[in-house]
Design a protein around this ligand. Structure first.
Ligand SMILES: Nc1ncnc2c1ncn2[C@@H]1O[C@H](COP(=O)(O)OP(=O)(O)OP(=O)(O)O)[C@@H](O)[C@H]1O
Ligand SMILES: O=C(O)[C@@H](O)C(=O)CO
Length: 426
């Protein structure tokens, strides 16, 4: 297996999102869960996206895991490694975008690193270093209420600088509109002044194509799926990759029962649960009782779902509105409550698979990571897109045999996402 592009994703839904973008742009792509065992048989591929769960862990843990994955990707032939972060720059002043980017850059010999979360297809644009989500500045968007890393500053140069050792520059839109050579010269000039990273503006896909061309000349970049699009198109344009891949021939029916597990508390996911409730049973977990009497609540949820899944799909959701989330966090702590709920939802997911579920939708990055780890799935092949940023995934090398999953980023998908996903997962 000699790949052209490697990526390290800081959560599993982000990995899935990027793998979808790379596949749509012609790269034969596999998403692995961590560094795969050498015995795992993988097809001939152009790109590997290594899913890690390092967005909300201590920076030292994130750096350690990412640098190991980078070494493995270089051994597989990757000339460029993209650190895939959230298009809404999910992070705190402790990291982990800055610490991991600096560590990957140092491992690759230093030099300026392009950083951009722009992903216009999902309404993420960057202008003068400020991130807009669907037209709202980041700090005025629903991301201000994120359970784990609420975003209160749209100026990414400031946000990244607060979590980094080095200085952070800006490559503004006029520099990018002037073309790849001009933008690369700006990146190199910033590096000479000591700026180890540069936030890059991007509004349209053409800006991302320019950034992808520049990034490919460097060993490391950091960004969301938009930068992945730019890198993929630059690789195909260079002739190094045929660009013939599609996700259409990957998915075959797996049968079995289906279920949806939701841990995301995003506005989009809350709406998707409400819409799904019109056509399928929904169990809304009581997080306070889940934290106070976890085993009993988990057993009750498994029994509830187990009684219904033979008749059709069900939703088991921990998701709640911001004010409810805040109340729980003030009582039990942000990280402790998040981790406890992820653990609970992962146990429920695994128990439903034991009861015959082979088509599973999980909403939320951390929630997906916990569930996929609990199921011990080593890798995924990438199928067709359900909604921007969310493909159908087919498991590879897992004990349960062929399964289809959709790992939905919290903010992604239309209001009918759950029924649309299951309609594509037979
Ligand atoms: N009712 C709740 N109260 C407090 N925390 C909750 C509740 N329900 C879920 N959580 C926690 O909120 C966090 C949601 O994070 P997750 O990454 O799964 O979703 P997301 O951030 O919306 O998705 P993505 O990262 O893909 O955008 C998890 O740690 C989950 O355990
Ligand atoms: O880029 C995004 O918004 C998603 O891929 C994501 O990171 C979800 O956690």
């Amino acid at each position: 297996m000699a790949i052209s592009l490697g990526s390290i994703a800081d959560d599993y839904t982000g990995a899935s999102d990027l793998a979808n973008t790379l596949t749509k742009n012609g790269l034969r792509t596999v998403q692995t869960v961590g560094i795969p065992d050498p015995s795992l048989a993988l097809p001939d591929i152009d790109a590997v996206v290594v899913s890690l769960k390092i967005r909300s862990v201590p920076a030292s843990e994130a750096v350690n895991a990412a640098t190991k994955a980078e070494r493995w990707l270089r051994q597989q032939g990757a000339g460029h490694v993209l650190y895939k972060i959230c298009s809404t720059f999910d992070s705190t002043d402790a990291g982990n975008i800055g610490p991991v980017t600096e560590a990957l850059s140092e491992a690759a010999g230093g030099g300026g690193v392009l950083v951009t979360p722009a992903f216009p297809e999902t309404g993420r644009t960057v202008y003068l270093g400020h991130l807009f989500v669907g037209g709202q500045p980041l700090n005025e968007s629903p991301l201000k209420d994120h359970p784990l890393n609420p975003m209160h500053d749209a100026n990414l140069v400031r946000v990244l600088a607060r979590q980094s050792r080095g200085t952070v520059g800006l490559i503004d839109l006029p520099a990018i509109a002037a073309g790849a050579a001009a933008a690369k010269a700006k990146l190199d000039a910033l590096a000479r002044t000591g700026a180890t990273m540069a936030i890059a503006d991007a509004i349209f896909e053409r800006d991302l194509e320019t950034l992808g061309e520049i990034a490919l000349e460097t060993p490391v970049s950091t960004g969301a799926s938009g930068l992945g699009l730019g890198l993929a198109r630059a690789l195909v344009r260079s002739g190094r990759i045929s660009g013939s891949a599609t996700g259409e021939d990957v998915i075959r029916p797996v049968g079995g029962l289906s279920a949806i597990i939701a841990g995301s508390c995003s506005k989009a996911t809350l709406r998707q649960i409400d819409v799904a409730e019109r056509v399928m049973p929904v169990l809304r977990l009581d997080p306070e009782r889940l934290l106070a009497a976890g085993p009993d609540q988990i057993a009750a949820a498994i029994s509830w779902a187990g009684d219904r899944i033979s008749a059709g799909p069900v939703v088991v959701a921990a998701s709640a509105a911001p004010e409810t989330v805040s109340r729980l966090q003030s009582q039990y702590g942000r990280e402790a409550s998040g981790h406890a709920i992820e653990t609970a939802t992962s146990i429920i997911a695994a128990e439903l698979v034991e009861r015959g579920v082979r088509r599973l939708v999980v909403a939320g990055g951390e929630t997906s990571g916990a569930a996929v780890d609990k199921l011990a799935i080593p890798a995924f092949l990438i199928g067709p897109e359900i909604a921007p940023g969310v493909p159908v995934l087919r498991t590879v090398g897992n004990a349960q045999g062929d399964m289809l999953l959709a790992l939905k980023s919290g903010n992604f998908g239309g209001e009918d996402f759950f029924t649309a996903a299951l309609a594509m997962m037979q």
